[in-house]
Design a binder for this molecule. Sequence first.
Ligand code: SF4
Length: 251
Amino acid sequence: MAKSALERIRRAAGKAIGDFNLIEAGDRIAVGVSGGKDSLALMLVLEELRKRAPIRYELIGVTIDPAFPGFPAAAIGAFLALRGLAFYIEKTDIAAVLEAKLRPGSSPCSFCARLRRGILYTTAERLGCNKVALGHHLDDFIETLLLNQFFSGTLAAMSPRMLADNGRQTVIRPFFTVEEQEVSRLVQEEGVPVFENPCPARVEDQKRLRIKKLIEELRAEIPYLKESLLHALQNVQPRHLADGRLWRNEP
Ligand code: SF4
């Protein structure tokens, strides 16, 4: 019988966790749950893995409620409770801060993302969590790799395991090798409700959409494109790059 998306993703995430030592005995992990498909799928997959793991660790879903009118914090909590998952909702005043600080016409998104990330780390620390798990998947990794090269002049993507900006927690991304399409299949097969973000400033990121389209167009000619980009992220050859800091041992 064909495996379900949940089983396939569980295997892929399990392998990434093993390869990058993402989860260790005694960990208490805050899973960032925005209510979107990626974060809800991550919560379900990590719980499936936890139930089968030979080591003991704890999970707690953490939702940062930005207080936009209509933000579905209660519905997200109700879904997690229905699945027997521990969760915590952090009420914030992000909506008011954005309104007060931003000039008309400017995009609030990067400021908002920094605020939410900071609050997520602080909340996780207060809840006694040593790790924060995020739902970024393979498509996020390779889109970020290309976005940084095309628009920011940087050769960088994301890491499956890194120290948080506050220097105190470890951020893990167990969906490093999982395609977004697989996450969508899981959500459908498992009947996971996906909650819309009611942020009044919400606009599609046009640059990311363009990169997504480009990747799809190129895949018609290069079917293994995503696998190759994933491999590239794990096969850096500093001698064949032009950043002088790499051979002068500078930060
Ligand atoms: S769309 Fe809204 S919630 Fe999302 S990053 Fe932008 S301001 Fe923040």
